[in-house]
Ligand binder design. Structure first.
Ligand SMILES: Nc1ncnc2c1ncn2[C@@H]1O[C@H](COP(=O)(O)OP(=O)(O)OP(=O)(O)O)[C@@H](O)[C@H]1O
Ligand SMILES: Cc1cn([C@H]2C[C@H](O)[C@@H](COP(=O)(O)O)O2)c(=O)[nH]c1=O
Length: 210
């Protein structure tokens, strides 16, 4: 089973991902950008404020293709639980925002279409829901993506993705304390691995805001 963690910069994905390692020692923990030379190229682009947005999209996508063939697919074939800190939805949300002012008419659909023939959809995607203002504060605005106006566009794109696939996404309130967020994510994983399924998205929203 492939579970992905998504959300704005600073929403707490890595905090949850690190803590899950202790709870699920047999699972495979991975992330995008990856620790490969493709990932290194991506980080060079992140550090370049003048990087061409289309070139940047293809760097991230190359990293994803290698991630799939080298890590994700072998682990899934071996029957492992795979937990990825960011995955294809980061591209759909972030690069669609970066390309919003480009010559592309529908950037989100364009980025999705590039992935469609080769990617492997997550079985479930935990969306750590945080407002762009808090996300900007928590992330410390250390790179070109961690800016409030940009994260507002990214947030809108994530909302479009959730609306299009409500059964795949599980929204978790990321304003809650780290321990509460972790408990909620663990319960989602346990429900799935017990093969009991998860509650509908709207009900889950209500639960998380209690
Ligand atoms: N639930 C939480 N409540 C308050 N602060 C949190 C919470 N979760 C994480 N943080 C803090 O917010 C900051 C960002 O957390 P983290 O690195 O886990 O986010 P992230 O989503 O992985 O960010 P990025 O995408 O930029 O790597 C850290 O200082 C972390 O300690
Ligand atoms: C995978 C991926 C990431 N990004 C952005 C989001 C972050 O600002 C940086 C680095 O990610 P990290 O989780 O903070 O290490 O890259 C992106 O724009 N598109 C992607 O596909």
């Amino acid at each position: 089973m492939l579970l992905t963690l998504e959300g704005l910069d600073g929403s707490g994905k890595t905090t949850v991902w690190e803590a899950l390692r202790a709870s699920y020692p047999d699972a495979v923990f991975t992330r995008e950008p990856t620790d490969s030379w493709y990932g290194d190229a991506v980080y060079r682009s992140i550090a370049d404020d003048d990087a061409d947005p289309l070139a940047e999209l293809f760097l991230y996508t190359a990293d994803h293709a290698n991630h799939l063939s080298s890590t994700i697919e072998p682990a899934l074939e071996a029957g492992e639980l795979v937990v990825s800190d960011r995955y294809c939805d980061s591209r759909y949300a972030y690069q669609a925002a970066t390309l919003a002012d480009s010559r592309l008419d529908r950037p989100l659909e364009y980025v999705r279409d590039i992935h469609r023939p080769f990617t492997r959809e997550p079985d479930v995607t935990v969306y750590l829901d945080l407002d762009p203002e808090t996300a900007t504060e928590r992330s410390g605005s250390t790179n070109k993506f961690e800016q409030r106006e940009y994260l507002e566009r990214v947030s809108d794109n994530y909302e479009r993705l959730i609306e299009a696939e409500p059964d795949r996404f599980v929204r978790v309130d990321a304003t809650r304390p780290p321990a509460a967020v972790l408990t909620r994510v663990e319960s989602i994983i346990d429900d799935l691995t017990d093969d009991r399924g998860v509650e509908p998205t709207e009900d889950r929203d209500i639960d998380d805001r209690r």
